[in-house]
Design a protein around this ligand. Structure first.
Ligand code: GMT
Length: 375
């Protein structure tokens, strides 16, 4: 099949999932065309089945806001025609499903019919898409998609609750390539980050308010009072500055490392002992799954789709949002005993295996085939 994938090219989970999906499809000999405004961060173009088409929006003084969806839909029309694309798969409803629908309609005028699959990722539904400014357009473009998927049952439920959706929504969970983790990184230089007696606690995100970064600092503050430990904070976003300030005020600055965005997530996770994800909302929690496949147990909130990934008492523990006390106690319970930690590490890995690329990607391929059968 020839598949066009539209996604955000940034470090966010939706872009990562879209990129990993494209890479997996290319390995299965499908021809994949990424269409977005920058080369996606996790994409290397070494596979001959992978192509990248950049969407540019020329600046014009009249435009207060540059019309990205106009440029995207035009680029889609051109690329779909030039490469005889079979399937259009858009990740994140805003504005991708909207632009995709416009492209579909323009192509129909020329007798070209292309099915559109829309994958909902979370904030496009629970945070941004739900705003009255966007809601009618988001509802419309979901209903006009040929196939709609969501990354968790929780996100499906939220979508049906928040929007007037007439389409069936298929749940296709996010995935990881288990075999890649087994072979790609063997040189785990833990001693660079911590002394042998220190435990390493890690958080990775876009440092937005929804991630409750302040809770992470509080949980770590409680941990390091009981157990020698380091905190690795990976990512960039508005809450990074306040978190650095808070670490300084609490006197734990020397125990916390802020990395910024990193393309070496597996390298960092390979020497981590615990992952913290106390988010206010989370449709899935891809970062937690990436931790688990690297044998890192997870202390998380029980928000949204996280319970579909992190299993209570098995791969980690879940608490109500904001229950820093319980999260700290559970973290210490895992970290203070070598045997307990080892058991949770192994469990985390075993749970992660349920989301292997070889199990999940065929679900997308089956959906593409059913979409093609409609046309
Ligand atoms: O986590 C974020 O804020 C980024 C956001 C995105 O759109 O990239 O992530 C969402 O999609 C990920 C991939 O499906 C999910 O794993 C995240 O849980 C989801 N984030 C939220 O729902 C807050």
């Amino acid at each position: 099949m020839k598949i066009a994938i539209v996604c955000y090219p940034t470090f966010g989970g939706s872009g990562v999932v879209a990129t990993e999906l494209g890479i997996a499809l290319a390995k299965l000999n499908h021809e994949v065309h990424f269409i977005t405004y920058k080369q996606p961060v996790r994409l290397n173009l070494l596979n001959p089945n992978i192509h990248f088409h950049e969407v540019s929006v020329p600046a014009y003084p009249l435009f207060h806001y540059q019309p990205y969806e106009l440029a995207l839909s035009s680029k889609l029309v051109g690329t779909i025609k030039k490469y005889n694309i079979d399937i259009l798969h858009v990740h994140y409803a805003i504005p991708h499903a909207y632009a995709g629908y416009m492209a579909k309609k323009m192509l129909e005028e020329e007798g070209i019919h292309i099915p559109m699959v829309t994958t909902l990722h979370g904030t496009d539904i629970t945070l941004v898409g739900n705003h009255p400014f966007y809601k009618p357009a988001v509802t419309f473009s979901i209903n006009k998609s040929d196939i709609v998927t969501s990354v968790s049952q929780s996100l499906k439920d939220d979508t049906l609750r928040l929007f007037d959706i007439k389409k069936n929504i298929e749940v296709v969970p996010n995935f990881i390539d288990v075999s890649q983790r087994q072979t790609s990184f063997t040189d785990c230089q833990r001693e660079v980050m911590a002394t042998p007696e220190e435990r390493i606690v890690t958080h990775i995100s876009n440092f937005r308010v929804v991630k409750r970064i302040s809770d992470i600092v509080d949980i770590f503050y409680n941990i390091q009072k009981k157990i020698p430990a380091k905190l690795l904070m990976v990512g960039e976003g508005p809450e990074r500055g306040p978190a650095e300030k808070k670490c300084k005020e609490l006197g734990i600055k020397d125990k916390v490392v802020f990395f910024g965005n990193s393309n070496e997530i597996d390298k960092i996770l390979c020497f981590s002992d615990l992952f913290l994800l106390p988010s206010e909302r989370e449709s899935f929690g891809l970062a937690a799954l990436e931790a688990m496949v690297n044998k890192v147990p997870v202390i998380s909130s029980n928000a949204g789709g996280i319970p579909e990934v992190n299993t209570q008492g098995v791969s980690g523990y879940l608490s109500d949002v904001g229950n820093v006390k319980e999260m700290s106690e559970n973290a210490i319970r895992i970290l203070e005993d070598d045997n307990v930690l080892e058991r949770f590490k192994q469990n985390a890995y075993n749970e992660a295996k349920k989301f292997d690329v070889n199990t999940i990607v065929p679900k997308y391929i089956a959906l593409y085939e059913s979409a093609l059968a409609i046309f």
